[in-house]
Design a protein around this ligand. Structure first.
Ligand code: GTP
Ligand code: SPV
Ligand code: MN
Length: 623
């Protein structure tokens, strides 16, 4: 860790602390100087990404009461942290795309004029780091030095952010070496927005209850985030950089930055296919990415669990990389039954935020074990017993853990060339209408299916949970530009594909179908391997092959016997329900799709209007 010149009370010779500024990059130095002058921290520290730095900051946070060290025998090198109850998730209503033109942010994003927003933010950031340390975090999204990696620098006053960025990205001096004097880096400014008076004691989770702003300036590749220390609001490499800013770069440069997991599927014969899947927040990406298929002989290994950057290779195939280095996964619901590989990943070296703690110094959350422990301290720091009516962990409680600790991380997960994608899955939480699995009729039809995706909202974002909303490609909160242009970009990727026959095939899946009593019809988790097997078998054959699927009004639906049910007790009635074309349900949905599409005005590509018309036509001639 490099400790440098305090901006207020000057220290005689910072370099005597062994602290040379680790870069001569003029643009970066200017950025850091300007941010320090604006935010007036008591000192500036350049993060070097070392294990010693990580330990030192964790230790510091134990001393300040932000972290609790978990029992070393139970969960080595792991920490527990509780946020302010007012700072528990992404805040979509406070997230802005400040493009030069309002129309470039589109109807699905909050927009503010960049200069006006910068003025407003300048007032909030002025002096906001008083009494705190400003950390400078140079990070790489993607393996350091790889041609597909992108560099960012996050300046923050939160040591919690520094240690989480250590896990989630590649941080440190090596990044600066690769950056050299290049001006090509994303500039991120983050503050919890809670200046410290000399007299006032700090709180365990400083944040700003009144003012939260997560702002993106796509044209100048800048991010300014104020007031929240939680997840995607504060770890700027993740949603802000790798999705909102990167999606704009991807549009300009002809690639895709997507909210997708990447998995490696190996058949009993040893044949490998790579699959990417876009599900909205808290809808099953981490679970699918590291699941253990119940079907004998099939294997899933993880490449990534949240974000995929995809580009065409010289061979005409779409290749995907995971730009992240860790998982920031939903804790509640994670158990040896639902996601054993996640449980094995977090046995050590992890940070847990907003879970409950046990009396013997370990963490707990809903469904981790059954029954629940008799008593706990819950995420709100209150005594909790299994009779308490409230949840012990916040529904958006998360673990942060290095990807390399995952026992099923694929050997090639850091291959800078990425992995060739054979199938793209879209999916969400839909209690009805959408079948268990369905293959798009074409790339354009697949883009259509992605564009009309709907899902029930979850605790990953502040606001109502369980409300059905359209979340195109699971990118509603993450697309950095006009969603109509984003659809057009997807269609263009399909049209410009160097080799059409090598384009990934597109599927729509739904693990969340419910019966009249509100119970899930499909067992999910490891049983989803049965659907992956069908996807695998489909992509091994041309789409028109009718051995495993029947062409219907909504796409290529699995034939009932095509989903392997060996060893699974699910009755025929449920299976029929899961695999039916719900003509009435789809017809009833058409007006809402039209309403959704109307928002995009003349920026909705014709190809999608055509698809909607054809769907309506096919459904009507079917019924
Ligand atoms: P983000 O990190 O927010 O982007 O979420 P994610 O898409 O990675 O979600 P994750 O895999 O963490 O899943 C969140 C919750 O979805 C889990 O805790 C489960 O409760 C539920 N879930 C995941 N897979 C399944 C499934 O196959 N069936 C059912 N019924 N629920 C599932
Ligand atoms: C999501 O909400 O999709 C997440 C968590 O992956 S956060 O990093 O907070 O965005
Ligand atoms: Mn996510």
């Amino acid at each position: 860790m490099t400790v440098l010149l305090p901006t207020e009370s000057p220290q005689p010779d910072a370099t005597q602390q062994g602290a040379a500024i680790p870069t001569t990059n003029a643009k970066l130095l200017k950025f850091v100087e300007e941010m320090a002058a604006r935010c007036t921290p008591s000192r500036v520290v350049w993060a070097n990404g070392s294990a010693a730095e990580y330990d030192e900051l964790c230790h510091l946070m134990v001393q300040t009461g932000t972290f609790i060290k978990l029992d070393e025998a139970k969960r080595p090198n792991s920490y527990f942290c509780r946020s302010d109850p007012a700072d528990v998730a992404r805040v979509e209503q406070s997230t802005f795309i400040c493009s030069e033109r309002r129309s470039d942010a589109g109807p699905t994003n909050n927009w503010a004029e960049p200069a006006e927003m910068k003025d407003k933010l300048a007032k909030l950031f002025a002096g906001c780091m008083k009494g705190r340390t400003m950390y400078v975090i140079p990070y790489s999204m993607g393996p350091i030095g790889s041609p597909i990696a992108k560099i960012g620098v996050e300046v923050t006053d939160s040591p919690y952010v520094v240690v989480n960025m250590h896990i989630m990205t590649r941080v440190g001096t090596k990044v600066l070496e690769v950056l050299g004097n290049s001006e090509d880096f994303v500039r991120g400014l983050h503050s919890v927005g809670a200046p410290l008076d000399e007299t006032a004691a700090d709180v365990p989770w400083p944040c700003n209850a009144e003012h939260k702003y997560i702002c993106h300036f796509p044209e100048t590749r800048e991010i300014q985030s104020f007031g929240s220390g939680y997840g995607g609001n504060a770890l700027l490499g993740k949603k802000c950089h790798a999705l909102r800013i990167a999606s704009v770069q991807a549009r300009d440069e002809g690639w895709l930055a997507e909210h997708m997991l990447i998995l490696k599927l190996t058949s009993p014969q040893g044949v490998v296919k790579y699959i990417a899947a876009a599900f909205p927040s808290a809808c099953g990406k981490t679970n699918l990415a590291m699941m253990e298929p119940t079907l004998l002989g099939w294997k899933v290994e993880t490449i990534g669990d949240d974000i995929a950057w995809m580009k065409f290779g010289a061979d005409g195939q779409l290749y995907a990389i995971n730009p992240e280095a860790g998982f920031f996964g939903v804790a509640p619901g994670t158990s040896m039954k639902s996601n054993p590989n996640a449980m094995r990943t977090i046995t050590q070296g992890a940070i847990f935020t907003n879970c409950a703690i046990t009396s013997d110094g370990d963490v707990w959350w809903e469904d981790m074990t059954k029954p629940a422990p008799d008593h706990l301290i819950d995420w709100t720091r209150r005594y909790w017993t299994h009779k308490s009516k409230r949840k012990a962990a916040h529904p958006n409680a998360r673990f942060t853990v290095p990807a390399k600790q995952c026992p099923v991380i694929a050997a090639e997960w850091e291959d800078p060339r990425g992995v060739p994608i054979s199938a793209i899955l879209f999916g969400g939480r839909r209690a009805c209408v959408v079948p268990l699995a369905n293959e798009a009729l074409s790339w354009q039809h697949g883009t259509f299916l992605g564009s009309i995706m709907a899902s029930e909202t979850t605790a990953a974002a502040a606001g109502k949970v369980g409300a059905l909303r359209r979340d195109p490609m699971a990118m509603l909160p993450f697309c950095g530009y006009h969603m109509g242009d984003y659809f057009a970009h997807w269609l263009k990727i399909g049209k410009d594909a160097p080799k059409l026959e090598k384009l990934p095939r597109i599927f729509y899946v739904n693990w969340f179908r419910k019966n009249a009593e509100g119970k899930f019809l499909w067992p999910g988790y490891g049983e989803n391997g049965r659907v992956l097997k069908w996807v695998f078998e489909r992509v091994c054959k041309p789409a028109s092959d009718t051995a495993l699927a029947v062409k219907t009004a909504i796409g290529y639906l699995p034939k009932p016997e095509a989903i392997d049910r060996s060893g699974l007790s699910i009755d025929d009635k449920n299976m029929k329900e899961l695999l039916k074309v719900d003509v009435e349900g789809w017809l009833a949905e058409i007006p809402s799709i039209k309403e959704h599409y109307a928002k995009f005005g003349d920026r909705l590509p014709q190809g999608l209007t055509d698809e909607l018309e054809s769907l309506e036509h096919r459904l009507k001639s079917n019924s």
